[in-house]
Write a protein that binds this ligand. Structure first.
Ligand SMILES: Nc1ncnc2c1ncn2[C@@H]1O[C@H](COP(=O)(O)OP(=O)(O)OP(=O)(O)O)[C@@H](O)[C@H]1O
Ligand SMILES: [Mg+2]
Length: 261
């Protein structure tokens, strides 16, 4: 059965998509079969994996509204073992329809769709939009765990209480098994005192929820690395673009920690 991990933070631009794509690719490189679900209407994960809007007809929107099965929209990627359920700006429609509908259990639509393919993948990684709206709630309701990227910049922890409350509420009501897999400091700069401060704050509050690299007994932080920012424009995860870059190595270490090694 798949382990389902949602990457979430309602704050924009903190490294959710970068984490989803590169963690998924790194797990695939470790010979795990991985599906990345782009649950964001911005479709950045889809683009990062080299697809543009005219390359595919159906996307996660059609799955959410029930016109297609999840298995029918899945695309191959340039990485062996890595598959993509693409998104499209049309997914905004789902958010509207959800707000207007009075349907019960509308938080559980994605989970239901995932049940269908849960024996086909080792991991499902869900990239969520920068909001605590219906798609994020669906993504959290479907997941075993959540990874929360925290950008090592000013205001990093702002809004975190709201996210943690939402997770608590989902755990209490629809998904008791949802756990916080960890907080992932992103865009860390060694030279920057603010980065150090954010990391210190995080380890003060959530020390046991940082990812620990047992190999060298340090915590995993994703460095600010230009290769991570460039690789989406080539439609490739960083492991294919520059596997020895600091950003690539960090995501490969994260994958190893998640695999328990
Ligand atoms: N470690 C990093 N080093 C350098 N640039 C990065 C790093 N992580 C992310 N970026 C860049 O920062 C920007 C925001 O990252 P990303 O798209 O992953 O954030 P996001 O949380 O998914 O954003 P959104 O909330 O809009 O979905 C992108 O241009 C990305 O390439
Ligand atoms: Mg994103």
């Amino acid at each position: 059965m798949s382990e389902i991990i949602t990457i979430a933070n309602q704050k924009g631009g903190v490294g959710k998509t970068t984490t989803a794509v590169n963690l998924a690719a790194s797990l695939a490189l470790e010979n795990r079969k991985v599906l990345i679900i782009d649950a964001d209407p911005q479709a950045n994960a889809t683009t990062s994996l080299g697809y543009s809007r005219n390359d595919y007809e159906y996307n996660i929107y059609h799955v959410m509204i029930g016109t297609k099965k999840l298995s029918e929209i899945i695309l191959k990627t340039g990485v062996d073992n890595l598959y993509l359920a693409p998104s499209n700006i049309g997914l905004v429609g789902v958010e509207k329809e959800f707000y207007n509908s009075k349907a019960k259990q509308r938080e559980l639509v994605l989970k239901e769709k995932l049940d269908e393919i849960k024996n086909d993948f080792d991991f499902v990684i869900i990239d969520s939009p920068p909001a605590l709206g219906p798609m994020t709630i669906n993504a959290l309701s479907a997941a075993n765990s959540v990874i929360i990227p925290i950008q090592c910049e000013f205001f990093a922890l702002e809004g975190l209480a709201q996210l943690l409350n939402t997770i608590r509420l989902i755990r209490k009501t629809i998904n008791p098994k949802l756990s916080i897999k960890g907080f992932l400091p992103t865009m860390y700069s060694k030279q920057n005192n603010l980065s150090k401060q954010v990391f210190a704050d995080l380890s003060h509050h959530f020390r046991n929820k940082l990812f620990k690299d047992e190999g060298n007994s340090s915590f995993i932080v994703i460095p600010r690395n230009v290769k991570l920012a460039e690789s989406p424009s080539f439609g490739k995860p960083v492991v294919l673009y520059d596997s020895k870059s600091s950003g690539s190595m960090a995501y490969q270490s994260l994958a190893k920690v998640i695999l328990g090694r």
